[in-house]
Design a protein around this ligand. Structure first.
Ligand code: FES
Length: 164
């Protein structure tokens, strides 16, 4: 099938036949394509950014195995060295998150309160979100550094420290 379009000024008033496969893309379809391309670029950029924030020297250490921690439970471990305490939380059946255990105010150890889904610092009352480590109540000035964890078979492995 072909479309017939009026020829421009240089063509002397004739008609041009445009093959179907060279028809312009409708605006709505073009916008949709542009949006999807933009989202893909954004996702790729975010992944690259997050990977770049991890230290290249962080070790990979098994910190727990499947079923070891009950839902609402936690496990204390050290990472990336033996003198840096961290806490691994199981906040839902399939959700595990890990953070440095040292409060960003004066480095007191934080404690998990699963009923409130927070990490609490007893020294000066600081509170962090157990979902993302963000500060919910001062005085801590920064979120808790997050420890990246990945499943390797039936083991949970710490793979890096996210810098905030
Ligand atoms: S050390 Fe945690 S609130 Fe001060």
């Amino acid at each position: 099938m072909h479309n017939i379009a009026e020829h421009g000024r240089s063509g002397g008033g004739g008609l041009t036949i445009i093959p179907e496969d060279r028809k312009p893309v409708p605006r709505r379809q073009f916008t949709k394509l542009l949006t999807l391309t933009g989202l893909a670029a954004l996702a790729t950029g975010a992944w690259v950014f997050l990977r770049a924030r991890r230290s290249k020297h962080d070790p990979e250490i098994v910190v727990a195995s499947a079923g070891e921690i009950p839902v609402g439970g936690f496990k204390i471990f050290t990472y990336p060295t033996d003198v840096q305490p961290c806490i691994l939380l199981r906040t839902a059946p399939d959700t595990y998150v890990a953070y440095s255990r040292l409060c960003t105010h004066n480095s007191c150890p934080v404690f998990y309160k699963p009923e409130e889904n927070v990490l609490f610092c007893p020294c000066h009352g600081g509170v962090f979100s157990a979902s993302d480590g963000s500060v919910l109540q001062a005085p801590p000035p920064r979120p808790l550094p997050r420890i990246t964890i990945e499943w390797r078979g039936s083991n949970l492995v710490a793979t890096g420290v996210m810098k905030s």
